[in-house]
Design a protein around this ligand. Structure first.
Ligand code: ATP
Ligand code: AMO
Length: 466
């Protein structure tokens, strides 16, 4: 037979049909010498295969061979679909395969560093199993990351990275439909784009260079080159020196830059429509993935409004003050204040997704446009999910002399960004944009507690492998 059947498509409708499947050995259970149950997994779906000695059809040797297979090996199974009259525990499909032949396509080592079934259990299941006296090894995060190829085979991880894929796809589709052009900017650049110390420096054939901290400068230059509206999905490098649950040294940036006619709210309107659409689409089209994540890491669906709430920074500070949180009205919000404000906003407005805008100029990057009515503040915003930042954005300074002045005031060596500043000297339209952290969106949408869970092969201050 040449027609392969997917484990996930095995239903009672195929009763008595001869099928061929390929999958991994999830478990093997021997029953005396004549029979074995083999659970085969493919793309998160599992089916129980019965290998039973039968004259002419299945030899005792075949049963022995199956019992000797190692977990996670890849096998081809041929057999007849049957429908048992009892529910099947331990497999997703409610049919069995009466096995005729099993071929091992690729052997896994007999002992695995991670037991996939243990790695897939929720904290509650682990507690219950331990109380029942079951022997199991809790798989800690470092072990998971060291053996990531095994770890990502769990249903929750399969769900996480399929959702990550959807976030990128929806971002791209939405922006293309709004007339944005996808661009690809260099990741090797001459100087820091965001300022600060978090830059990976390197030697570029004898010249000092660094890995791009963002596509900021070049996405703005693309606007000076008349693309009107651009976006990019690409790697972003930050030499973070602290080890936190939400910072990586390399992450995926979803960046947007666009001309604006009159007000930075035009940029916030894009954020609003893009993310409401994204959340709707994830909830509607990724139900299975969300359920798989919820089974291992239980979470409440994100609460968000049809029209995203916008608060000014001053309003936010006032809410914190009213709740008894003492805070510098012109300083940045620390992690704790952001969380607290997230709670207060949820209680008052019933949303876990909102925009905070008009930040104090002093806490924003040099390229941020001050407010025309009060330059203590800026035409900038951050966006939060469940009290944590996922986006920063702003209107930019498009007047070259003022841009150079702002860079200098922020301690940036203007020489290193000369070509960027020069690109505003040939006529530059008013513009603004924003940057989204892909791993943060997935982490916070799914209520996960660590950004390493949403990065396929995370890079943090202590990890550069696998
Ligand atoms: P952005 O780069 O846009 O600001 P971010 O979420 O990385 O995004 P940071 O500037 O790094 O934000 O930090 C925001 C706030 O979080 C800071 O004001 C700081 O108080 C707090 N913060 C940052 N890093 C840490 C850390 N390692 N531990 C505790 N708090 C931190
Ligand atoms: P910012 O520095 O705030 O802004 O970064 C934008 C978004 O990127 C994510 N992010 C991170 N994710 C994981 N690990 C990190 N170390 C990390 N640092 C930031 C966050 C953050 O909101 N050029 C501006 C954007 C703009 O104005 O267009 C910028 O880079 O989700």
């Amino acid at each position: 037979i040449e027609n392969w059947t997917q484990v996930g498509s095995l239903t009672g409708e195929l009763k008595d049909k001869y099928v061929l499947l390929r999958g991994r050995v999830q478990t093997i259970r021997a029953v005396a010498k004549k029979m074995a149950f083999l659970v085969v997994r493919e793309k998160g779906f599992t089916v129980q295969c019965v290998v039973s000695e039968q004259p002419e059809l299945v030899s005792r040797q075949m049963v022995k061979y199956v019992v000797g297979l190692s977990r996670e090996s890849i096998v081809d199974v041929e057999g007849v679909v049957s429908v048992p009259n009892v529910a099947i525990k331990g497999a997703t499909q409610q049919v069995e395969i009466q096995v005729r032949k099993v071929y091992c396509i690729s052997k896994a080592m007999p002992t695995l560093p991670i037991n996939i079934e243990d790695a897939a259990r929720s904290e509650a299941e682990i507690e219950k199993a331990l109380q029942a006296g079951e022997q199991l090894v809790r798989v800690n995060q470092d072990t998971r990351l060291n053996y990531r190829v095994l770890d990502i085979r769990t249903p929750a991880n399969q769900g996480i990275f399929r959702i990550q894929c959807q976030v990128g796809a929806i971002f791209r589709q939405f922006l293309l439909s709004e007339g944005f052009v996808e661009i690809h900017t260099p990741k090797l650049i001459g100087g820091s784009s965001e300022g600060g110390a978090s830059v990976f420096r390197l030697d570029y054939k004898g010249q000092p260079a660094c890995l791009a901290q963002s596509p900021q400068l070049h996405k703005q230059m693309a606007i000076c080159g008349d693309f009107g509206r651009v976006f990019e999905i690409g790697p972003v490098f930050r030499a973070e020196d602290s080890y936190t649950h939400r910072h990586l040294c390399e992450f995926t940036g979803l960046d947007v830059e666009m001309e604006i006619k009159t007000h930075y709210s035009e940029v916030m309107n894009i954020v609003d429509r893009l993310f409401v659409k994204m959340f709707d689409s994830l909830n509607e089209n990724c139900k299975k993935e969300l359920e798989a994540i919820d089974r291992q890491y239980p979470f409440e669906p994100l609460k968000y409004l049809r029209n995203t709430l916008r608060l000014t920074f001053e309003e936010g500070i006032q809410m914190l003050k009213d709740a008894g949180v003492e805070i510098d009205p012109l300083g940045d919000l620390n992690t704790e204040a952001e969380r607290k404000l997230g709670q207060l906003v949820l209680e008052k407005y019933g949303t876990e997704f909102y925009i905070l805008h008009r930040y104090p100029l002093a806490v924003r990057p040099f390229y941020t446009m001050p407010c025309y009515d009060n330059p203590t503040y800026s035409n900038s915003f951050d966006v939060f999910i469940r009290g944590e930042e996922i986006i920063s954005g702003a209107q930019r300074v498009h007047v070259p002399e003022f841009l150079a002045e702002r860079a200098q005031a922020c301690g940036i060596d203007v020489k290193t960004i000369e070509t960027y500043i020069d690109s505003f000297r040939y006529g530059a339209p008013p513009h603004g944009g924003f940057g989204v952290g892909l791993e943060r969106v997935v982490m916070l949408f799914c209520g996960l507690n660590n950004i390493r869970k949403t990065s396929l092969f995370p890079r943090d201050p202590q990890r550069i492998a696998p």
